[in-house]
Ligand binder design. Sequence first.
Ligand SMILES: NC(=O)c1ccc[n+]([C@@H]2O[C@H](COP(=O)([O-])OP(=O)(O)OC[C@H]3O[C@@H](n4cnc5c(N)ncnc54)[C@H](O)[C@@H]3O)[C@@H](O)[C@H]2O)c1
Ligand SMILES: [Zn+2]
Length: 354
Amino acid sequence: MIHDILTINTSKKYNVTIGNDILKDTGTTLSDISKTGKAIIVCDSSVTDLYAQKIKYSLENKGFAVFIYAIKAEEKSKNFYETERLIRFLLSIGTTREDIIIALGGGICSDLAGFAASIYMRGIDYAIVPTTTLSAVDACIGGKTAINFDNIKNAVGSFHQPVSVIIDCECFKSLSNKQFSQGIAEAVKCGIIANETIIEMLKQGINADNCAPLVKKCLEVKKYFIEKDEYDNGIRTKLNLGHTVAHALEKLSKGKIPHGDAVSIGLNMTINAALSAGLCNKNFAERIKKILLQYSLPVKTDYSSEQIINQVFYDKKRTDGGILITLPKGLANTQTVKMTKEELYKLLSSACRD
Ligand SMILES: NC(=O)c1ccc[n+]([C@@H]2O[C@H](COP(=O)([O-])OP(=O)(O)OC[C@H]3O[C@@H](n4cnc5c(N)ncnc54)[C@H](O)[C@@H]3O)[C@@H](O)[C@H]2O)c1
Ligand SMILES: [Zn+2]
């Protein structure tokens, strides 16, 4: 059943279809927007048996010639070697610019498949079928594709909008609780930035059975920012709330702290910093922390503020004079400020003690 269709009006206009048990309609959805040539399903090997066959069958019914290409969904797969391997495969089956790639998996799969799609024959179409909550509420729209290089996350990439996004919430039923909560951290972020209803929905309790309306609300928040700032030169930076700390934690832990957990700690720490600077009130800070804890997300870390800030400025060494930080002032009320290392240190050291 389809719950909602959201249209993203970026340089390329595309629909996001959100529903339950809609993988079986993939062929219909994609044959409306794409020639029925080859369809290459680039899928996370751990979900191939669960979902790829259903999509394949549906596409074949509409006349697509379907190929399944599996990748291991590990951060280290986002590299040039895997991109080259995929491109060799596309060449070996005679993929042309008329054909379509379908990324079936989480953000690792869509970042890699999207990057390959953006450079193969100077760019071919790709669709995204997210199977993680994190991808569904965040990674699946916006068109950012990336691989890692020289130990730098997302060092190489492109902006390449998908032609369609199909979110079947049934896919989230095979996620562990831990994996499911990773997307919740991003949802909390969306709620803080722009939409109190999201925070209320989260308070009521979100699971794989009832998450479709929440997914839609979160994507509406991201849609607003990417339509205004498709190439991330300005207002889109608000979507990075909590992410300055989060990226530092992911780096310091060498990837052991997953993205959603890092965002959760980053949000709580940034809110505490805003609280000690007198920007927001205690009620707001406690309300958000309670939601994060409700989903067993971490809110603190053993890394010190020195370690976090040194990492932040090590990563951002190319930005002169400071970095942009988004601070919450309350629900749907944020402020983006430029801070020097000393200012950020002062702000975060009080938050780390909390
Ligand atoms: N392009 C963007 O805008 C954007 C935004 C956010 C994150 N990202 C990227 O996304 C990546 C993280 O992606 P992610 O958190 O979505 O997940 P992931 O792709 O890292 O997958 C997480 C784990 O869940 C497993 N998995 C996926 N779907 C499953 C399912 N339905 N059932 C059971 N297991 C399943 C995977 O095999 C993997 O072990 C990072 O590389 C990050 O940089 C990109
Ligand atoms: Zn994020």
